[in-house]
Design a protein around this ligand. Structure first.
Ligand SMILES: Nc1ncnc2c1ncn2[C@@H]1O[C@H](COP(=O)(O)OP(=O)(O)OP(=O)(O)O)[C@@H](O)[C@H]1O
Ligand SMILES: Cc1ncc(C[n+]2csc(CCO)c2C)c(N)n1
Length: 325
């Protein structure tokens, strides 16, 4: 049984629906009951202790139901990858912040840059915009691509690049004193601080250049998804995207098949999942256990225009990107 109460929040192609769902937690509770683990058959003599245990369980079930009733569905869409002309007329305006890391710019960078609400370069990411952006766009006018902010420990940005963007009005946020967190971490932290509370639910951050290259950088970039698990952050490369699906929500992923798919993967990194259920995939999971060293779902294939995921653990969702420009 499942019903939606549309709520008015809309996010860069992403909508929230308040919902009441027969949740995974409840399914687990039923399973435990079937196995006789939590509420077995009461013994014939109900002494006070047994009655207390029984009422405790009922209380716990009530709390469970309260959680179930307030569980929200989080909807996801990659329509930020579509050219503006191809975006559905009724789609909410793209409303994301773009973070550019220090790796070769992805081929769809000009589109992401043009449609972003704000652009931040992570340290050496500014060199990439300086060196590669005008070539990519065949637009020799470098001053058309000025990031609002350059953030980081400033050990990779070249001095002439720093001088140039500073003279063009970019804010240089020098955090060279902090050698504990990465430049991406600093960027996300700063975005969070700069965003007023009432705008936080609508915030989405796209990060380019997050994958490929040094593995410690890649691991740190993925770690940022976990460190800011209450924010919508999408890590992008030329070949795929990665995002976190927090266990606090049920997830509906709307597929833009002209730009993404069909290959996908879904797996826990931080902590194992004892129960994950999906729909819309060629190899769906049904109340499945996943952990590193055992089963994880990779080389899976999307075979519907919507994928749904519910899990008792935070999961990484990764999806291949088509060869778009
Ligand atoms: N090879 C890479 N693979 C993945 N991400 C990268 C790579 N190189 C840089 N990045 C990302 O770009 C950000 C900025 O890069 P930059 O080279 O300025 O970082 P850095 O922290 O100075 O690097 P280092 O750790 O080598 O000193 C990094 O925080 C990281 O998120
Ligand atoms: C346990 C531990 N390992 C590595 C670093 C180094 N480090 C981590 S992030 C960062 C900034 C990179 O721009 C640096 C130098 C640390 N501080 N603590």
């Amino acid at each position: 049984m499942r019903w939606h109460i549309p709520c008015n929040t809309k996010i860069s192609g992403i909508s929230y629906f308040k919902t009441s769902v027969l949740s995974l937690a409840h399914q687990q509770s039923l399973r435990r009951r079937r196995r006789g683990g939590r509420i077995g058959i009461l013994p014939p003599r109900l002494d006070a202790r047994v009655i207390r245990v029984f009422t405790d369980h009922l209380q716990e079930d009530k709390m469970l139901w309260r959680t179930i009733r307030s569980m929200e569905v989080m909807a996801h869409s990659s329509n930020f990858l579509l050219p503006k002309l191809h975006q559905p007329a009724k789609a909410p305006a793209n409303n994301y912040t773009l973070v550019v890391l220090n790796q070769q710019l992805p081929r769809f960078m000009p589109r992401l840059w043009a449609q972003a609400k704000m652009r931040i370069c992570a340290d050496g990411g500014a060199n990439r915009i300086f060196d590669e952006m005008s070539q990519m766009t065949n637009d020799l006018d470098r001053n058309r691509y000025i990031p609002e902010i350059i953030e980081g420990d400033m050990d990779s940005i070249r001095p002439e690049v720093k001088r140039y963007y500073s003279s063009q009005g970019s804010k240089i946020s020098d955090k060279s004193h902090n050698q504990e967190t990465t430049d991406l971490h600093k960027c996300i932290s700063s975005i969070r601080h700069r965003t007023p509370n009432h705008e936080k639910p609508n915030l989405c951050v796209l990060v380019t250049g997050a994958l490929g290259g040094r593995f410690d950088h890649e691991a740190a970039n993925i770690n940022v998804l976990y460190a800011f698990s209450d924010m919508r952050i999408v890590l992008l490369s030329d070949d795929c995207l990665i995002q976190l699906l927090p266990k606090t929500h049920h997830h509906e992923i709307y597929i833009e098949s002209s730009v993404e798919g069909p290959h996908c993967g879904i797996f826990p990194i931080g902590a194992p999942s004892t129960s994950t259920t999906t729909t819309g995939l060629k190899w769906n999971l049904s109340d499945a256990e996943m952990r590193f060293g055992s089963m994880i779902s990779t080389s899976n294939i999307v075979d519907s225009d919507k994928v749904t995921v519910q899990s008792d653990a935070d999961l990484l969702w990764t999806f291949s990107l088509r060869n778009l420009t």
